[in-house]
Design a protein around this ligand. Structure first.
Ligand SMILES: Nc1ncnc2c1ncn2[C@@H]1O[C@H](COP(=O)(O)OP(=O)(O)OP(=O)(O)O)[C@@H](O)[C@H]1O
Length: 250
């Protein structure tokens, strides 16, 4: 006898949140790393995931990107269940990812690194031969460095390049893993300003993993993670000093 499971209901992409994660459980071998994680990222909003080292934040982002697969739970992007989609398909749907460590290609020039970002466009847009001016408006430093090798840039410049490359793919959701880690304070403020400008001018959503309190406060909502589970969430305007002490390494 065969039984047919009902297909998951497709939500209306117009009204569905940009990303909705429900009841996610992930294991590395027998280690239960993510425990019943649920999270919603509304359209046009920035959501920050906070928590101390090793609680599972990067693992969460990798599940959203499809680099890792959950044992149970559902990931919906614009109302569509994407659990079975590989990372490149999720990228072409419009999920842009800047991983921890940036992954700038060291032996390609800045221009080549940027143009490669258009691979994520898929059928959503046509690739350009030149980098559009808006990229330099966001990250002026890149304009003077187009012919330099990616690997010759400073850490802060590589981080800006990695975000710019993700923007070249015109994502609907930009996922950033600790973009200010190991970066000097003046550049942290440049990166913050650029991310806010991206949201303001394009209306995309952002999911940010971050330890830097000033940047966390720029988000609309926060989720706090402890031992792989969400233990607090709400508007960042309600982030108390107690929560900050508990979940941020400040
Ligand atoms: N490849 C792996 N195999 C087994 N365990 C892993 C692997 N990668 C990470 N872990 C474990 O999973 C847990 C969550 O790690 P994760 O990197 O997601 O945490 P995090 O909150 O992002 O921390 P950090 O801020 O240090 O990056 C940690 O206990 C870590 O040791």
């Amino acid at each position: 006898m065969t039984t047919t499971l009902p297909a998951p209901a497709l939500q209306d992409p117009m009204t569905a949140p940009m990303l909705e994660v429900s009841g996610l459980n992930f294991y590395y071998g027998e280690s239960h790393i993510l425990r019943d994680v649920s999270m919603t990222i509304p359209k046009g909003q920035m959501v920050c995931l906070i928590g101390r080292n090793g609680v599972g934040k990067t693992t969460m982002l990798k599940n959203i990107m499809g680099v890792l697969r959950p044992r149970t739970g559902e990931i919906r992007f614009e109302g569509q269940v994407v659990n079975s989609f590989p990372p490149d398909r999720r990228a072409r749907l419009g999920i842009g990812y800047v991983p921890q460590g940036r992954e700038v290609i060291p032996r390609l020039t800045v221009r080549e690194n940027l143009l490669i970002g258009q691979e994520a466009l898929g059928s959503r847009g046509k690739a350009q031969k030149e980098v559009p001016e808006e990229i330099y408006e966001l990250f002026p430093v890149l304009k003077d460095m187009l012919d330099r090798m990616g690997g010759d840039l400073s850490g802060g410049q590589q981080q800006q390049l990695a975000i710019a490359r993700a923007i070249m793919g015109q994502p609907k959701l930009l996922v950033l893993d600790e973009p200010t880690e190991g970066i000097q304070p003046s550049i942290i403020l440049d990166i913050e300003a650029a991310v806010k400008k991206i949201i303001r001018t394009t209306g995309i959503s952002v999911l940010l993993v971050e330890q830097h309190l000033h940047f966390v406060r720029q988000a609309d909502y926060y989720y706090a993670m402890q031992r792989g589970g969400i233990v607090a969430n709400g508007p960042t305007s309600e982030l108390t000093n107690d929560i900050i002490q508990e979940f941020l390494a400040v």
